[in-house]
Design a protein around this ligand. Structure first.
Ligand code: C2E
Ligand code: MG
Ligand code: MG
Ligand code: MG
Length: 285
């Protein structure tokens, strides 16, 4: 009986594994043609001052509409795109598209605010990644100071010396660099000190149970103190409630992003939030 049962289990698992592999392959094949079929678009989530709610900028987030399956989450397709080596051309498209969108907003009479863009570790590892970034910015005419690249801890930790060099080279192009999902990787204080970062984004997992979980309040305070010591801006991710916001302000967090203020928005919706360029000019007089 045990033998029978074992064999059935075995067949069950191989079948399940096979189904998963086929599913992945099917997604991969669809991703290969998604760029040329124009199935991607970007949405833009506001980043605001934690205390006043003033709009400071946004994060561009990639969306994919599969012709048959409909919307597929980035959590599902980004890992597949990374495995298939497709994240490099897709990532370049994201950068170019965000810059194109900034120019479009400018032409619609809006004052531009910085846009944050997510970067895969595989993009960072490209030999001439900084050169690509510089070229895309030059072609678009967007000042590099309006672009912030978000990299994750894991991207930086694989090879610390290479990461220090990659971030330094990127910074020479004039862009800003943020560390995303901070606290979820293996943070080491010595490597953080060596990286020329601008901003630290506190991961949503530390925000979720605020203000009730005392341990999380202490962790958030320590992270903010660390960021201050290193001269980095702080932004908390995934802020959904007023209680979380108030707690973060009390902890000294400067900026927030999350459903409390706004979910990721379509480009034309986000445009409505940008100040009018002529109004800004008048105010500056
Ligand atoms: P991330 O960079 O940490 O982005 C924040 C994620 O949190 C986004 O999920 C956003 O929609 C979601 N979010 C924002 N506010 C809230 C909130 O208040 N509550 C909750 N529960 N969630 C909130 P999204 O858009 O599904 O993206 C997931 C991840 O996919 C991103 O995490 C990022 O790592 C990756 N990603 C997205 N776009 C790109 C891209 O263009 N390139 C690369 N390489 N990765 C991307
Ligand atoms: Mg991000
Ligand atoms: Mg994040
Ligand atoms: Mg994330």
């Amino acid at each position: 009986f045990a033998k029978e049962c074992g064999r059935n289990n075995y067949q069950f698992f191989t079948r399940a594994l096979h189904a998963r592999a086929m599913e992945r392959l099917s997604l991969e094949n669809s991703l290969r043609v998604a760029l040329e079929r124009r199935e991607f678009r970007l949405v833009y989530q506001p980043q605001v001052d934690a205390a006043s709610g003033a709009l400071l900028g946004c994060e561009a987030l990639l969306r994919w509409r599969h012709p048959e399956r409909g919307p597929v989450s980035p959590a599902t397709f980004i890992p597949v795109a990374e495995d298939a080596g497709l994240i490099v051309p897709i990532g370049t498209w994201v950068l170019r598209e965000a810059c194109r969108q900034l120019q479009a907003w400018r032409q619609q009479g809006r004052m531009l605010l910085p846009v944050a863009i997510n970067v895969s570790p595989l993009q960072m590892q490209q030999a001439n990644w900084a050169g690509t970034v510089a070229a895309v910015l030059r072609e678009s005419g967007i000042p590099p100071t309006l672009v912030e690249l978000e990299v994750t801890e894991s991207a930086l930790l694989d090879d610390i010396d290479a990461a220090v060099e990659a971030v330094a080279t990127l910074k020479r192009t004039g862009v800003k660099v943020a560390i995303d999902d901070f606290g979820t990787g293996y943070s080491s204080l010595s490597y953080l000190r060596r990286l020329a970062l601008d901003k630290l984004k506190i991961d949503r997992s530390f925000v979720r149970e605020l203000p009730d979980k005392v341990d999380d309040i202490e962790i958030v305070k320590v992270i903010i103190q660390l960021a201050r010591t290193l001269g980095l801006r702080t932004l908390a991710e995934g802020v959904e409630t007023e209680g979380q916001r108030a707690c973060l302000v009390a902890c000294g967090c400067e900026q927030i992003q999350g459903y409390l203020f706004a979910p990721p928005l379509e480009a034309d919706e986000f445009c409505e939030l940008l100040p009018l360029a002529d109004a800004a000019a008048v105010a500056a007089q």
